[in-house]
Design a protein around this ligand. Sequence first.
Ligand SMILES: C[S@@+](CC[C@H](N)C(=O)[O-])C[C@H]1O[C@@H](n2cnc3c(N)ncnc32)[C@H](O)[C@@H]1O
Length: 250
Amino acid sequence: MAILDDIRRFWDDDAATYDNAPGHHPTSAAVQGAWTAALESLLPRPPSTVLDCGAGTGFLSLMAARLGHRVTALDLSSQMLAKLRAAAGAEDLDIATVVAPAHEPPTAPADAAGFDAVIERHLLWTLPDPVAALRAWRALAAPGARLVAIESMWGDADLLEALRGRAWNVVKRFRGTAPDHHGPYPVAVRGALPLGTGTHPRAVAALVAEAGWTTPRLIRLHDVEWTSKLEQRLPERLLGVVPRFAVVAT
Ligand SMILES: C[S@@+](CC[C@H](N)C(=O)[O-])C[C@H]1O[C@@H](n2cnc3c(N)ncnc32)[C@H](O)[C@@H]1O
């Protein structure tokens, strides 16, 4: 798929600076703690076999490995995974990495019946066919396994969030804050992605159900939002933070 080459190139180029954005890689101990508590409550009891799709520089993979899970990290971008491997090495964490598109995931380790959990954060929006990927993950899941899709609500999926996003961009420009990415996502690529211009919990839950995962549950990540908000100065604090949620299914 030619579109995947464009997407891979973008993330290979973004790898060097991706972790500089606090939204991607929080340095605050409180925000990290809230994320750890959230992930711990969403995953099965450790040790379980976890596939992290679109793992990037390893935000979820590293956290899951620290919690005692056996993690396989998949990503289209070898440069993003190189960052993950360096971070895992620095903490002496054993994480398997696989360069592959999300709809072609690897099988679970030979001694496992399948993955006990498939997790992702902020991947679905950039998939040309999210349902195909969600179906492929389900095919590799162990009986009773769970999906944990962690997303945020942004873009044109909701008018108020779109307005908040615009206000945020104005404040960032005013402050001279570095952008979250090295450049803009290719417009033509974005337009070809079902969630490319915005993500809504309704849409994520519907895609998960369409792919055959059962009883999707929606969980708002209040503590991650709360701790992130405590880190903000004025006027950013008045604008609040992007709503974060997880869709969990079996
Ligand atoms: C927004 S980043 C999220 C990274 C990480 N999950 C996190 O929470 O920080 C999106 C990641 O998805 C990867 N990605 C994009 N399209 C993909 C695809 N079709 N298959 C696998 N990975 C993909 C990118 O290389 C990038 O690392």
